[in-house]
Design a protein around this ligand. Structure first.
Ligand SMILES: [Zn+2]
Length: 280
């Protein structure tokens, strides 16, 4: 059995301020990273308690880095890339430390990809965050997402898309930067137990494929600047089209809706030539 664990920093226990996750200086992020390491290792232990011979890959999904390779126990640490686009050989995907999508009420540190620039993502008319996008990409490749740990709003969001998923709650969100936290040891135990149940129930949890092709992603930014930047890049690409064919995919299928909104269409989410590929 081969499993992929996707990690993030904002959903772990004890973290409820962007000052604990955003800074590039590790001494500020240190305590959050220590807790993510505990929760990731609890997940790996849960997997091995159910399937001792399982192979586990762990990917750090936090943009500025949230997980130290040296902290990861009995698993392979994946450096960079976006492994959820290449799920060949994996039996299931799991999330640890996940937060809710941008705009979720009382959801601590909620955001969608960039906490600084993105107001929302809407895929085929449905608001989506990192969970739904990645679960869908894995699902389209036939791989189920069987577990998520994070704040209570993130676990609710996961169950909206995958009702059968196993979850473990790390804290109860009371605002965008406030939460009531569970006991750390209790959280690790809940993750260990929840993951073991998820592995046992793997066959009962279907791959998520609830949003069907063709795809339209609407991206709304906080500031107009982001769209004009995209326009500038698109203009530059058009200008150099004959000699820079490999740059075309960045803007393929992208339409400007207004100063803060773009819409991107694609027939296949896994098509690496589509403009959508670059935003998931
Ligand atoms: Zn994230």
């Amino acid at each position: 059995m081969h499993l992929l664990v996707i990690t993030d920093l904002e959903g772990v226990c004890g973290v409820d301020s962007f000052s604990q996750t955003r800074t590039g200086r590790e001494q500020r992020k240190g305590p959050a990273m220590d807790q993510l390491a505990r929760e990731v290792n609890a997940c790996i232990e849960g997997i091995h308690s159910a399937k001792p011979k399982a192979t586990v890959d762990v990917w750090d999904g936090h943009g500025s880095g949230g997980l130290r390779e040296s902290d990861v126990g009995d698993a392979r640490y994946l450096e960079g890339g976006r492994p959820y686009f290449e799920m060949d050989g994996y039996d299931a995907m799991l999330f640890v430390g996940q937060h809710a999508m941008a705009g979720s009420p009382h959801a601590p540190l909620c955001h969608t990809y960039s906490s600084l620039s993105i107001d929302y993502y809407k895929l085929n008319g449905t608001f989506v965050g990192e969970f739904a996008c990645r679960a869908l990409l894995a699902g389209l490749q036939g791989v189920p997402t069987i577990f998520l740990s994070g704040d209570d709003k993130a676990t609710l969001e996961a169950r909206q898309f995958v009702p059968e998923i196993e979850t473990a709650v790390t804290k109860r969100g009371t605002g965008r930067e406030s939460a009531d936290h569970r006991d750390r040891e209790e959280v690790c135990a809940a993750i260990r137990d929840g993951v073991a149940v998820a592995i046992e129930r793997l066959d009962e949890i279907p791959p998520y494929s609830g949003l069907e092709p063709p795809y339209t992603l609407e991206v709304r930014y906080y500031e107009p600047y982001n769209v004009s930047k995209i326009d500038r890049i698109a203009g530059w690409i058009r200008k150099y089209l004959p000699i820079a064919g490999d740059l075309v995919p960045v803007s393929k299928g992208v339409t400007r809706i207004d100063a803060r909104t773009i819409r991107i269409t694609a027939d296949d989410l896994l098509d690496t030539d589509s403009g959508l590929y670059h935003r998931l």
